[in-house]
Design a protein around this ligand. Structure first.
Ligand SMILES: Cc1ncc(COP(=O)(O)O)c(C=O)c1O
Length: 375
């Protein structure tokens, strides 16, 4: 039985006709970016999250850039960001001429450690980016407290967490601004890149909206109030997302079923295999990442049985060549550096059949049984 890590053919199968219709309608409309479909998507995301402002952008990385710019990040400014994350949470800071100040993470959840955050605040720190990864959320209450004590703005990187809630509040709405990415792999995957920024802050909302379209105010064309970007959303992408958002909750429910089934099956394998069983918030299972002591052997064992896996992420950010100029050395972020040697992402998507889920579970359990026999 072949179990792929993603299955895009299955994901888009039921939308075949709708996608053709959207491409034809937009392609012949003369209305390609930021028109009625983008506006409708923004309205729908506002309704879904309760955010006062929703701003459709080209992708999640663009959304991070816009928010950071709107927060006044640039040369001479420090931004605190997790040492274990996707590259965007640090590269966007650096590309604005500011300095990423890395913060170590919790060894099991991989989320920003609030105590280390407090310890690493510098006099030039202006913003902190707590990031939610996989199916896990950062401790927003603790991070907000540190931020408040130190006068930091909070950019909640909720790129993968649309639909999750913590203490009753949607992911993305815990800080000054948040965002959701709609890259096809994401829970609300589009047909191409796309993202939406959310904020309750009028000034941040106004600036993000203008900066995404060359600093124009949306009223007078070719009057540029700021040097902005072409970080706009395409109408084809927006129209498809409006359509897909209607069944999003049922897609999330299927992901949750699979995630919980994995949790239940793998929790007894501790300490060789560790999973995050966190019931303190309503989780969105974007990717399922466990930590395994014999990760490489487990990965090979699964590959030999045609089960595809991924390693998210193979190297902590401070040790990536891109950030060599910051001068970090091995050992500076012990937890963030340890996770890449243990983390393994298993297949999980709404269209995954039960037989595949059970096959993954049985195969992992068989591997662990063999490890036990050899111990
Ligand atoms: C946590 C996180 N932040 C930001 C991004 C960037 O989103 P995009 O790929 O839409 O640029 C990603 C993408 O995978 C992500 O996982």
């Amino acid at each position: 039985m072949k179990v792929p890590f993603f299955n895009y053919a299955a994901r888009y199968k039921e939308d075949r006709e709708k996608i053709k219709e959207i491409v034809y309608q937009v392609g012949t409309s003369d209305q390609f970016i930021l028109k009625e479909h983008a506006a409708e998507l923004e309205d729908n995301i506002r309704a879904y999250t309760g955010a006062k402002h929703a701003i459709a952008t080209a992708n999640g990385t663009a959304a991070l850039t816009l928010i950071l710019r709107a927060m006044g990040v640039g040369p001479g400014v420090d931004v605190l960001t997790p040492a274990f994350s996707f590259i965007s949470t640090a590269s966007t800071i650096a590309l604005l001429g500011a300095r990423p100040v890395f913060v170590d993470v919790d060894p099991l959840t991989g989320m920003m450690d609030p105590a280390d955050l407090e310890a690493r605040v510098t006099p030039k720190s202006k913003v902190v980016i707590p990031t939610h990864l996989f199916s896990v959320m950062a401790d927003m209450a603790a991070i907000n407290e540190v931020a408040k004590r130190n006068g930091l703005l909070v950019l909640e990187d909720s790129a993968v967490m649309l639909g999750a809630r913590m203490q009753g509040k949607p992911a993305g709405m815990h800080g000054d601004a948040g965002l959701y990415s709609f890259f096809p792999a994401k829970p609300l995957g589009g047909i191409g890149d796309g993202a939406v920024i959310v904020t309750d802050d009028d000034e941040l909302g106004r600036l993000c909206r203008m900066l995404r379209n060359h600093g124009q105010d949306g009223i007078t064309r070719f009057l540029h109030h700021y040097t902005g970007y072409n970080h706009r959303m395409d109408e084809t992408v927006a129209a498809y997302l409006v359509h897909k958002l209607k069944r999003f909750d049922s897609l999330l429910e299927r992901r949750r079923q699979i995630g919980m089934r994995y949790d239940e099956a793998f929790a007894p394998l501790a300490p060789h295999v560790q999973v995050v069983k966190d019931a303190a918030y309503e989780r969105v299972y974007y990717t399922y990442v466990l930590q395994a002591e014999y990760r490489d052997q487990l990965r090979e064992y699964l590959a030999a049985r045609e089960i595809e896996t991924q390693v998210y992420y193979p190297r902590a950010l401070p040790l990536q060549s891109a950030f060599a100029y910051l001068g970090h050395k091995p050992g500076d972020f012990p937890h963030a550096e340890a996770i890449p040697g243990k983390a393994l992402a298993l297949p999980l998507y709404a269209e995954m059949p039960d037989a595949h889920v059970e096959h993954v579970i049985e195969t992992v359990l068989k591997f662990e049984e063999a490890v036990k026999l050899h111990a």
